[in-house]
Design a binder for this molecule. Structure first.
Ligand code: IVH
Length: 698
């Protein structure tokens, strides 16, 4: 691969001569331009944002010391050009969301999965439940929509709800049916994995290299990059392939089971992976996993695990999904790939919540087809536990998209020159004290949003895809706006509209890119409550918890009233832990986040600039929508987990404990203290039949 031999300089500019500085600036300009190109291709960034930022910072330091040496092609002279390519592809909303998969790594994880599924469905030991095991293809998922047998639209997964319209590109791919055989339903969305064979990937890279064009890090990036071409005919020249494995929207049922569905897909003309097997029990699943694993190196394409799916469609339906992954499927990942290298240095990164994370800088090494030059060390205890020193030779591993980790030090090759790392007790960015509370593993910077690193990371999260999703506002723009003093808090993003003229005066921002940015910001003045909550970046509050909070509070006003710093925080905490699936530790993080007066005020300021829409409840007019339900005891016709999931899908809130806010307690056999408490405080108690009658399922 055409990798440059670039090394980031560290000489003190005060002691450098002009010629040395000029040559380092020239090298930086070339290197940064190369990374810009990789980044804009969206498919092959070679370095992390932090490393990129280091290049920019070094360039800035040198330019400050040698202003006469600023080059016309310096990155500092064309900041705005860094705006990501926008609007190349339109958006497509997925009628049925494109889900991801939860992962398992050990046989026990898989046994746990099968047991959970069987329990959810209340299956007796004698009841059979088959699963299909199929290879997990390492490509990118695609949804293909056919109407009356004709391919009419192709979309990428995107965030699962909305993807990119890549129809024109997909139409150019030869090995993909444009017209289905047999008798498919009028509307049929088929999902599967687009991928590139290893051999085709190597040939493509060789050709790219010869032509002086960018090479791809692995077949998956090559497939993604080949699909997202401005010129669709280039997509057609790349050897892309597709395995079909799941179903989106359909106008009629095709099969009662996944296995039959796969056979139907074959008849419609799709390629379906022929290593897939239907299995009767856990042992058969694990045997299939081992069999597929042993063929892995000989397969023409990359796979990174085996996916298990419960076979019967009615079971899939009953099991439904948690957050973004189906309960009825799981990916069993292959073990991580390992390699040996040397630790050059240990740096500290400061995250959004102030966490100080040590990162090992490594002599770059190829692991499983990707060049790795950083590994996370998690926290100070991990460094001590693994006795990691700077200069150590170490075994590292990387599994899929997970950040590479250090497995262990190879102690026998130590020379004695290795250095112990002193973990800082001040933030390396803002110098505020970094505190590690008793019993916690993580040391955190106490600078809050006054710490440039926390502000930067917080804002990056704020505008990210699952949060405010503001196109054209990425890490580089945020860094620039922070530096210019325009953005000191999230609300300032919505005040950028009075900066249009100032932006125009900056090099590189054209009229069009400014207009697009302003439009993208304006479009997000209206935002759903769950995205709003997620965007705040509260510790431990991911998308799933944000949704629970949105459903619970119903509006931003209600949330900001319940959690304001002068409110009764014990009561607010108690209310939070009563929400099913929110535990005490998460409730602690939520209440202490809002208890910070400065932060609270920033959120109120932000909310004042926005229209925050109430969450869409799954069913607005079901008999239990908006009601708070508690389930207790053993139900006869379904497991408690299924009953809860059903109630949530009908728009109810499910709580874990009975309180004055409970509307109904559904009590199965052997209900204990909850039933007594409900009787005491006058909450309506329903038995299973009464509940099913209420939701019209009797
Ligand atoms: S099923 C609801 N089956 O893995 C079903 N996914 O980590 C969701 N993938 O986004 C997907 N091979 O891109 C499924 N045989 C397979 C797969 C597969 C690869 C990918 C897919 C998905 C990702 C989740």
């Amino acid at each position: 691969m055409a990798k440059s031999e670039f090394r980031l300089g560290s000489d003190d500019p005060a002691s450098m001569d002009q010629a040395t500085a000029a040559s380092e600036l020239a090298a930086l300009a070339t290197e940064i331009a190369r990374h810009d190109q990789l980044y804009h291709g969206h498919d092959a960034p070679e370095i992390s944002d932090a490393d990129y930022d280091r290049l920019i910072a070094r360039n800035r330091t040198l330019e400050a010391a040698f202003p006469l040496l600023v080059r016309a092609d310096s990155p500092s002279q064309r900041v705005g050009a860094a705006l990501p390519a926008q609007g190349l592809f339109g958006k497509v909303r997925h009628v049925r969301p494109m889900l991801s998969l939860s992962n398992g790594f050990s046989d026990e994880d898989i046994e746990g999965f099968v047991t959970r599924v069987r329990k959810f469905l209340s299956l007796a030991d004698t009841d059979k439940a088959q699963f299909v095991a199929e290879p997990k293809i390492d490509g990118l998922s695609l949804s293909l929509r056919y109407e009356h047998g004709r391919l009419i639209q192709a979309a990428t997964r995107g965030d699962g709800t909305e993807g990119e319209d890549v129809t024109a590109n997909v139409m150019q791919i030869a090995r993909l049916p444009k017209q289905l055989a047999g008798s498919p339903p009028a509307v049929l969305e088929v999902r599967g994995e687009m991928y590139m064979n290893r051999q085709d990937f190597l040939a493509l890279n060789a050709a790219q290299n010869d032509a002086g064009k960018k090479v791809f890090a692995n077949p998956r990036n090559a497939a993604a990059g080949s699909l997202r071409q401005k010129d669709a005919t280039i997509t057609g020249q790349r050897k892309l392939q597709f395995f079909a494995y799941s179903m989106g929207e359909t106008s009629a049922s095709i099969a009662d089971s996944h296995w039959e569905f796969l056979q139907a897909l074959r008849e419609f003309g799709f390629s379906v992976n022929n290593l897939s097997r239907r299995c009767d029990d856990v042992d058969a699943l694990i045997a299939t996993y081992r069999a597929i694993g042993s063929q892995r190196v000989d397969l023409p394409y990359d796979i990174d695990g085996v996916v298990y799916k419960i076979d019967r469609h009615d079971y899939q339906e009953r099991l439904g999904q948690v957050a973004r992954a189906p309960r009825w499927a799981m990916a069993h990942k292959f073990p991580a790939e390992q390699a040996e290298t040397v630790i050059l240095a240990i740096d500290i990164q400061v995250g959004r919540t102030g966490a100080l994370t040590p990162v090992a800088r490594l002599v770059p090494i190829l692991v499983g087809g990707v060049i790795v030059s950083n590994a996370t060390l998690h926290n100070e205890d991990e460094i001590a536990r693994k006795d990691i020193k700077i200069g150590d030779r170490v075994v590292i591993q990387r599994a899929g998209d997970v950040i590479p980790q250090i497995v262990h030090v190879i102690e026998k090759v130590r020379s004695g020159a290795e250095q112990t790392f002193e973990f800082p007790v001040h933030c390396p960015v803002c110098n505020a004290p970094a505190i590690r509370p008793d019993g916690e593993a993580v040391r955190r910077c106490t600078g809050g949003l006054n710490c440039p690193a926390q502000l930067f990371e917080g804002l990056k999260h704020f505008v990210a895809r699952n949060a405010f999703d503001i196109e054209g506002l990425g890490a580089r723009q945020i860094e620039q706006f922070i530096e210019l003093g325009w953005v000191k808090a999230p609300a300032d993003i919505f005040r950028l509209d009075n900066k249009a003229d100032a932006l125009a005066a900056l090099d590189g921002y054209g009229e069009l890119s400014i207009k697009k940015l302003m439009q993208a910001i304006a479009a997000r003045r209206e935002i759903g409550l769950e995205r709003f909550i997620y965007a705040l970046g509260i510790r431990q509050v991911g998308q799933a918890t944000a949704r629970l909070l949105a459903l619970y509070y119903g509006s931003a006003e209600a949330m900001l009233t319940a959690l304001n710093p002068d409110a009764d925080l014990d009561a607010a905490h108690q209310a939070l832990v009563e929400i099913d699936q929110i535990g005490s530790a998460v409730a602690d993080d939520i209440t202490s986040f809002f208890a910070n007066r400065d932060l609270y005020q920033l959120i109120v300021d932000l909310a004042a600039l926005l229209t925050i829409l109430p969450p869409q409840r799954p069913a607005e007019n079901s008999p239990i929508s908006g009601k708070t339900m508690v389930f207790t005891g053993t139900l006869a016709r379904m497991s408690r987990a299924e009953a809860k999931a059903k109630a949530e899908s009908l728009g109810a809130r499910v709580a874990g404990t009975v309180s004055a806010k409970t509307d109904f307690l559904v009590a199965g056999a052997d209900a204990g203290s909850k039933a007594r408490k409900a009787a005491e405080i006058g909450v309506t108690v329903l038995d299973e039949d009464g509940y099913l009658a209420l939701i019209n399922q009797a």
